[in-house]
Structure formats: structure tokens, C-alpha cells
Design a protein around this ligand. Structure first.
Ligand code: 6GU
Length: 244
């Protein structure tokens, strides 16, 4: 997968080259190019923002700068293809595991990091005439800019790509894969600070272990995220689930 990021703070994206993601880059599973938006600002001050029409606090990122930057970075590749453009914004549609799976199926993603009060809306509207554009939010809180959201989205997407995780089963079994939160996990020792590992996990009874894990996931989801339970279609439950 090819990944391009446009930002006025390229150094903010350095974690993309560390740890798990860095390994995926080294293995050639993903390529990451971070571009400095300011290189597309040509006035003497290299200004990337201006005051908002209609008044109000904050600054809006200028359409000319973004237009030029996207023309350069999102130019058709050798096969004439364009990237899917992801624009992180608190006003976007929620970024979920389902959206991560959608993005993981793309050969090329470009990210446009806005700062201040956002990017002139015409930038997104214009880009959308040529490519698929996703305005996404990573949660109901406000960040200073889209950079950290890009780290979140890229990490969630990259771990779904074949070869990125050591054990592909991890991606299949984690929280959200069945619409529920994952229950608790334990490793050695059997007894630690007076706390024991649940007996069933040491029973060797795989059916009982699967049932216990399912019950734990249901109870935890009920306690912490009742909205997720409510959204699950009835056929996702079996008869034994009803007892929880
Ligand atoms: Cl994607 N961007 C910004 N700037 N703030 C956010 C966000 C994104 N998601 C939640 N808050």
C-alpha cells in the first residue's frame, strides 16, 4: 500500500517509521511519503492560512496552497489511478474498524492534515470531483490538528494488511471483529499478588473456554459499550448468549 501525507508538521509523522509500522515499511509492505504543505505556499510569508469569511475565531487553511499540493501529491500513477483521500476532521464520519477494513482494501491512500479551524471546504469539494474523499473523525473530542489522527488511522489500517502482523489471527480475533469488546487476557504465573487466573482457562476444555470468552465479551460490552450491543443484529447472538 502506498501512503502519502500532507502536513505543515512533517516531524509529527515520524512515528510512522517506528516499531510495527517501520517494520512494514522496511519489508516493503507499505511506502510512506510525508510532504511539507508549506512547499506549496509561494507568497513571501509562505502563509497557509487566512481569516474565515463570515468572521469568527481561528484561521482557515487556504485553498490555493492545498489545491496545488493535492495536484502534485495526488497526481495519477503509472496506471492512471488516484488515491483515496482521507481528511481527518472532528466534523467527519466516525472512523471505525469497518472503515479501517475499507481503507485497508485500497492500494493508495493520501491524507490531508488540517490545522486551525480546518481547510477551505472547496478543497475537499474539488478533490471529490476526481477521487473518493473521506472526511473522518477518530472520536468525539477535538485535537489541534489531523496529524495524530493520521497516526491512528494508518496504524489501524496497516495492521490489517497481510504480513504486517506476526500472527494474522490477532487481527481476526481482536475487539470489534465480532462487534463486541474483547474480554480479559491472562498469562503466567497462575497466581500473582494473590490473584488467580480463571480456572476455565487452564481446563483444556476448548468449548468451555470459547463459551467463557464469549460471556466475558458480552458482559464487558454490556457494561462499557451498550451502544455496540444494541447495534448488533439478532442473528449475531446464540441461545446461550441470552442468559448473560
Ligand atoms: Cl480526525 N481531527 C481533529 N483535528 N480533531 C479530531 C479528529 C480529527 N477526530 C477527533 N477530533
Amino acid at each position: 500500500m502506498r501512503i502519502d501525507v500532507l502536513t505543515i508538521f512533517p516531524e509529527y509523522l515520524e512515528p510512522l517509521r517506528a516499531a510495527l509500522l517501520g517494520k512494514a515499511v522496511d519489508k516493503g509492505l507499505i511506502s510512506v511519503d510525508v510532504h511539507d504543505l508549506r512547499e506549496f505556499a509561494h507568497d513571501v510569508h509562505r502563509a497557509v492560512d487566512d481569516s474565515p469569511y463570515g468572521g469568527g475565531p481561528g484561521m482557515v487553511m487556504k485553498p490555493q496552497v492545498w489545491g496545488e499540493a493535492l495536484d502534485a501529491v495526488c497526481a495519477p500513477d503509472a496506471e492512471g489511478r488516484l488515491p483515496r483521500l482521507v481528511v481527518p476532521t472532528p466534523a467527519g464520519r466516525p472512523f471505525t474498524q469497518a472503515v479501517a477494513r475499507e481503507l485497508a482494501a485500497e492500494p493508495w491512500l493520501a491524507f490531508a492534515c488540517g490545522r486551525y479551524e480546518g481547510i477551505d471546504q472547496r478543497v475537499v469539494d474539488d478533490a471529490a470531483t476526481r477521487m473518493v474523499v473521506d472526511e473522518v473523525s477518530i472520536g468525539d473530542y477535538v485535537l489541534v490538528g489531523g496529524e495524530v489522527a493520521v497516526l491512528v488511522v494508518v496504524e489501524a489500517v496497516a495492521r490489517l494488511l497481510p504480513g504486517v502482523l506476526g500472527n494474522p489471527a490477532s487481527a481476526e480475533q481482536d475487539s470489534f471483529s465480532d462487534g463486541l469488546l474483547e474480554g480479559p487476557s491472562y498469562t503466567r504465573p497462575e497466581l500473582w499478588r494473590g490473584l488467580a487466573v480463571p480456572d476455565v482457562l487452564r481446563s483444556g476444555n476448548h468449548a468451555a473456554i470459547a463459551r467463557w470468552r464469549r460471556d466475558q465479551a458480552l458482559e464487558r460490552t454490556f457494561a462499557r459499550r451498550p451502544d455496540l450491543l444494541a447495534a448488533l443484529p439478532a442473528e449475531q447472538f446464540d441461545k446461550r448468549d441470552r442468559a448473560v
